[in-house]
Design a protein around this ligand. Structure first.
Ligand SMILES: Nc1ncnc2c1ncn2[C@@H]1O[C@H](COP(=O)(O)OP(=O)(O)OP(=O)(O)O)[C@@H](O)[C@H]1O
Length: 495
């Protein structure tokens, strides 16, 4: 998979790119080049400029200065097609998979006469990736696909239009370990057999190591590592180039034990006679296919009133009747669906940060002192924002995630429920978020943490409760198997 196997001139070369948004100088002479057959990690801390560079390369935004050269191997003289796969899928939910792929080929109205033709294009593209999957999903609506299947469809669509460059922006957030491995073997195959140039944006060091052969690092809008082989960079070098402290927090792990009668202890009862007694201050991880953890979480945060799960103890009897009731009972929630359920996009950062406090206090008006409170929370999380009066849309993805965590900091909470709270967050900031969550646990809150990043669960949690691939509770990860293999086995997701 080395670049040398293919001709030397890059598929894509961006040179001295400049970009400002108002007074914010985002890209400061950034360089980036991608060769055929290469899987290239584009790395950098939150707000370093990765997404902005991708938007410019794909033509979604215009650079203020600099040059972009694209060179196809095809002889028609056209530039290579670039396809982007985001973590939020770009599929039309009510159309079938075949129609979703075919739509990229529709030149005018999507006529019935062309349907058979586009269906066969779609089938061919999907079969190249996975013949069995193609048979199963071709004629079903896109909304019924899992996230991983949706990504495969997006990649098939890219292949069907002859894309030579594939950009993946944190594609593994929300994928299970098994799905991630499947995606990686597909990407390796596309690079090797089709010489597609792949750009992979991620904050997960283990995945970057497993997948990528080349690495570029942006720091504050400048290219500090330009297309270096991954083998030449140790993890610590990468973190240092990104400008982040290379500390590893010490792990102190205690297991959930004892009866449920300690003050503040809560009891969870669920399907298959499941019973969990959770002591205050416990960090409880949830692992496994999304359907299991998400059903439990929906009950905990008041999003589902009828549920096979029950929460009791310390004056609580849930299901709650509404999210508001859950907040008033002292349950905080950082949702995984940042855009849909988390960020209040039309309100400034200030309102986003103090939202939970306002709901708890039952007030809709601005309290004096909120501005100071917001500023100190923003500073505690080193949230990179122009002003607390800016809209959250002006923040980079990782900084929007910090905003959602900031909302619950320093509140007297009984329980904090977190769905992938470090999704899209850079390595240094992850450490900060881990420390903040530990702080909440030390203050006595029970932390319920759902993550698809098994390494993270194993590092942080006192106990991990696993669900099977169909969402059935499987039990706690046993002490002597408290490792990745044990977790993969218990969740039925051994790769
Ligand atoms: N439309 C915009 N208006 C104002 N500022 C913007 C806009 N888009 C991006 N920025 C700013 O540009 C900087 C770089 O953002 P960008 O999204 O490119 O970072 P990133 O490296 O992709 O970060 P992350 O890892 O958090 O996704 C950030 O400080 C962000 O606030």
């Amino acid at each position: 998979m080395t670049a040398e196997r293919f001709e030397v001139s890059p598929l894509l070369e961006a040179t001295h790119i400049e970009k400002s948004y108002g007074a914010t100088h985002v890209l400061k002479g950034t360089n980036f080049r991608l060769r055929r057959g290469e899987i290239h990690a584009l790395l950098g801390g939150n707000g370093a400029g990765k997404s902005t560079l991708i938007r410019i390369v794909t033509g979604l935004a215009a650079a203020d200065a600099g040059r972009i050269q694209l060179r196809s191997v095809r002889e028609d003289g056209k530039p290579p097609v670039i396809a982007v796969v985001h973590q939020e899928l770009a599929l039309l939910p009510e159309l079938t998979v075949a129609e979703n792929i075919g739509i990229a080929h529709a030149t005018s109205a999507f006529s019935l006469a062309r349907r058979g033709h586009t269906r066969s294009i779609a089938a061919e593209a999907l079969r190249l990736i996975d013949p069995a999957l193609a048979e199963r999903i071709l004629d079903i609506p896109a909304r019924t696909l899992s996230l991983h299947e949706g990504q495969v469809v997006e990649i098939a669509r890219a292949l069907s239009i002859g894309a030579e460059i594939l950009l993946l922006d944190e594609p593994t957030a929300n994928l299970t370990a098994g799905e991630t491995e499947k995606l990686f073997s597909l990407l390796r195959r596309l690079a090797r057999e089709k010489a597609i140039g792949i750009v992979f944006v991620s904050h997960r060091m283990k995945e970057i190591r497993a997948l990528c052969d080349t690495c570029s690092i942006l720091r504050d809008g400048r290219t500090v590592v330009d297309a270096a082989p991954m083998t030449e960079l140790a993890d610590a070098d990468i973190v240092a180039h990104m400008g982040q402290p290379a500390h590893r927090a010490a792990v102190s792990r205690k297991r959930v034990t004892g009866s449920g009668d300690q003050k503040g202890a809560l009891r969870l009862d669920g399907p298959a006679a499941t019973r969990l007694d959770i002591q205050p201050g416990t960090i409880l991880g949830l692992a496994g296919a999304p359907s299991g953890p998400s059903a439990l979480i929906a009950m905990l945060v008041g999003a589902r009133t009828s549920s096979p799960w029950r929460l009791s103890g310390d004056g609580i009897a849930a299901p709650f009747r509404s999210p508001r009731e859950a907040i008033r009972a002292g349950v905080g929630f950082v949702p995984g669906d940042r855009a849909g359920k988390g960020v209040l996009s039309k309100l400034p950062i200030l309102d986003n940060v103090v939202a939970a406090r306002r709901v708890r206090d039952g007030r809709g008006f601005v309290r004096r002192g909120e501005r100071d409170e917001c500023s100190s929370l923003v500073a505690a999380l080193q949230l990179k924002a122009g002003s607390i009066w800016d809209l959250p849309g002006s923040l980079s993805g990782g900084n929007q995630q910090k905003l959602l965590v900031a909302r619950w900091l320093d509140l007297p909470l009984r329980m904090v429920v977190l769905e992938e709270p470090t999704r899209g967050v850079d390595i240094g900031t992850k450490r900060d978020i881990y420390a903040l969550i530990r702080r909440m646990a030390e203050a006595g809150a029970i932390i319920v943490w759902w993550s698809t990043e098994n390494v993270e669960l194993l590092e942080l949690c006192d106990a991990i409760f696993a669900f099977d691939t169909d969402g059935t509770p499987k039990g706690f990860l046993a002490g002597e198997r408290f490792d990745e293999d044990g977790l993969a086995e218990l969740t039925g997701m051994a790769a």
